[in-house]
Design a protein around this ligand. Structure first.
Ligand code: HEC
Length: 146
């Protein structure tokens, strides 16, 4: 029982640690976004997320999308915001993700690519379950209905 409470608490902390802080414009200081404050890994994630949104809309039009991001290979070495955001299980998750990504280009029909895309989204979610729960609801919206 105690360990369950601990696990819930740990998950809670992860969610807090990993949710994107709200950016509040500060009128007095003439606020401009400071892109330096985002980690290498967070920037890669945003690109992959944008790419997945684009691919979703292409697939929903019934067309095949190109998937040739080189960023996926940088995922393993990229620096996270906080060191605790990656751990020993990170690399296997990243490798599974890279393999899944390769399937996108192997797809010869829209149906095949939708399946590959949905598998990829699954591997995004799998890694996020362990390391970064905050964005999961957003990631789950990337699934394409078959
Ligand atoms: C191998 C693990 C892993 C995989 C696979 C993965 N992520 Fe992430 N993701 C993370 C970690 C860790 C962070 C936190 C990065 C940080 O804040 O430095 C993150 C952060 C994010 C963020 C928040 C970025 C921000 O603005 O701070 C989004 C959105 C995101 N991921 C989407 C995705 C999507 C979409 C996929 C699949 C296409 C994906 N992730 C695959 C581990 C992963």
């Amino acid at each position: 029982m105690k360990s369950k409470i601990f696990i819930l608490l740990a998950i809670g902390l992860f969610i807090i640690a990993c949710s994107t802080p709200e950016i509040k414009p500060d009128k007095k200081a003439g606020w401009t976004p400071n892109m330096d404050q985002h980690s290498e890994l967070a920037l890669i994630m945003r690109e992959l997320y944008d790419e997945a949104i684009l691919r979703k809309s292409i697939l929903e039009r019934g067309e095949l999308a190109k998937a040739n991001s080189q960023l996926i290979f940088q995922m393993i070495t990229a620096k996270p915001t906080e060191p605790h955001m990656v751990g020993p299980a990170f690399e296997p998750h990243a490798r599974a993700f890279i393999a899944s990504y390769g399937e996108l280009n192997a797809a010869r029909s829209t149906t095949e690519q939708i399946e590959a895309h949905n598998n990829l989204v699954k591997s995004c979610v799998a890694c996020h379950m362990s390391f970064c729960q905050g964005p999961i609801p957003r990631i789950e919206k990337l699934y394409v209905a078959l």
